[in-house]
Write a protein that binds this ligand. Sequence first.
Ligand code: UDP
Length: 317
Amino acid sequence: MRILVTGGTGYIGATAVDILLSQGYEISILDDCSTGHADTVPAGVNFIQGSLLRAGDLAQALVGVDAVIHFAGKSLVGESVEKPELYQEVNVQGSRNLLNQMHMSGVTKLVFSSSAATYGEPEHVPILESAATNPTNPYGATKLAIDHMITAEAASRQIAAASLRYFNVAGALKSKRGWLAERHYPETHLIPNVLRSTKENPVKIFGSDWPTADGTCVRDYVHVVDLIDAHIKALESLRPGVHEIYNLGSGDGYSVRAVVAAASKAAGFDIPTVDSPRRAGDPAVLIADINKAKTKLNWAPTRGIDVMVADTLASFS
Ligand code: UDP
């Protein structure tokens, strides 16, 4: 079975490529390397360095493909508040182009990287897939627009699809070629920033006046290897004409200060921090209800926050 992995040179996509190859899948990658890294591409992979915004690149990437795992896209909440049109173009138009080209190429299976950002500020936590979707930032709005597009595509063209709504992905994978880990410039994600914190340049805590137990935002962290495991299970369970939505998290919440404490334990010293203003677009608490993925996909995360922090730390050396 050949899978097209869009965004296959990014943090999550490259991890997926490595795990899929190890399980015997054949891989094609479409990635413009705008945020990914071509040096992650393993030998034997059909790599098209191209864009979702160019039909020719998409057509080339879909040759001989049985299913698509669609990771490619812009994924930063803060950036999306500053550049909403960029998110609209790359995420929404790019995904529209992908669906059109899949139809023309006769590819009918799709697993999509959606996001907990589709829910916005939740009325209830943990969040169910049936919860209201009121994104608080343009990033979440684009992911929701794509989810709706895929639902329509399943109804009208009978594609078999799953949207996986990620909560906070963390950790790293030690592959034969070295660590596959977050390499964002600048890095905006909490765990790598905490682990790189120094006295001179301490990690900023974005808001300490949130309505949470310790005043900092609460998020649900899931290890990237567990996350990819769920993608493979979702892929193998696709049904024509059906678009399933699954939350992927751990089902537990950690405040920013709790993450700093876990990282301090792994590092062996107290990591310096500085209280800073809230970041635009952040909801206070996001915790997944993961029972649907557990029961329907027979999936369960097995790596906790300590493993995520330890793997990220190990990937730096
Ligand atoms: N955060 C923080 N300092 C940082 C990076 C993130 O306090 O340097 C907070 C952020 O406000 C959010 C949580 O940590 O509450 C997780 O943020 P991240 O950017 O890792 O993921 P997101 O929740 O935006 O997907």
